[in-house]
Design a protein. Structure first.
Ligand code: ZN
Length: 195
């Protein structure tokens, strides 16, 4: 899939939302890419997963690990395309990302970390940390969409299927907040605060 086809697909399913959003990174933005709305169609998820997996064919990946919840479906489809296992990390009671449910990595297992959208890459960075603690070797990281405008710095080779430069702001610098608006939180990370 080329860039135009992906953008067209996201627009077609209504995944590009406009309004005033608090992203899972805590930053505010007038645009939110709701990947769930494209991944709810298994045929699109499979197609995107295959396209993303193609970027990592040379890395001899043995296992995909994704941060819950947003990364799970796309990680699963990438793993399917690569013919490898798909694991995910999730927050434990203390709010820390962890491998649970009996998921285990072999020592030195070559891991590809997959997420849906990168804004600051925080969840991917946390996931890389967990994989390393568990003895895995992170060989690369990927996302469907990099909305950082290519400013992301991860310590592993990183590729996204689609790069978008979408402005986001710290809450105290957000022009939408200054105009008196209240952001909505469409992501899943706020669940952490209620644990
Ligand atoms: Zn705001």
């Amino acid at each position: 899939m080329n860039r135009e086809e992906i953008v067209k697909l996201l627009e077609q399913v209504g995944a590009v939302r406009t309004g005033h959003f608090e992203l899972s990174s805590g930053r505010h933005s007038a645009t939110y890419i709701q990947c769930a709305l494209v991944l709810e169609h298994p045929q699109h998820a499979e197609q995107l997963g295959r396209a993303l997996a193609d970027l990592f064919k040379e890395h001899s990946v043995a296992c995909v690990v994704s941060p819950a919840l947003g990364g799970i479906l796309v990680g699963y489809e990438v793993a399917r395309a690569l013919g490898v296992r798909s694991l995910f990390v999730e927050r434990d009671r203390s709010g820390q990302m962890a491998l649970r449910r009996g998921f285990e990595l072999k020592p030195g297992e070559r891991v590809l970390v997959i997420e849906d959208v990168w804004t600051t890459g925080g969840s991917t960075r946390e996931t890389i940390g967990v994989v390393e603690e568990e003895g895995g070797l992170v060989v690369a990281a990927g996302a469907l969409i990099d909305r950082s405008g290519g400013r992301l710095e991860l310590n592993v080779p990183a590729r996204a299927l689609l790069e978008m430069d979408v402005p986001s702001y710290e809450p105290d610098e957000c022009p939408l907040c200054r105009a008196g608006g209240m952001p909505t939180r469409p992501g899943s990370r706020y669940l952490r605060r209620s644990l």
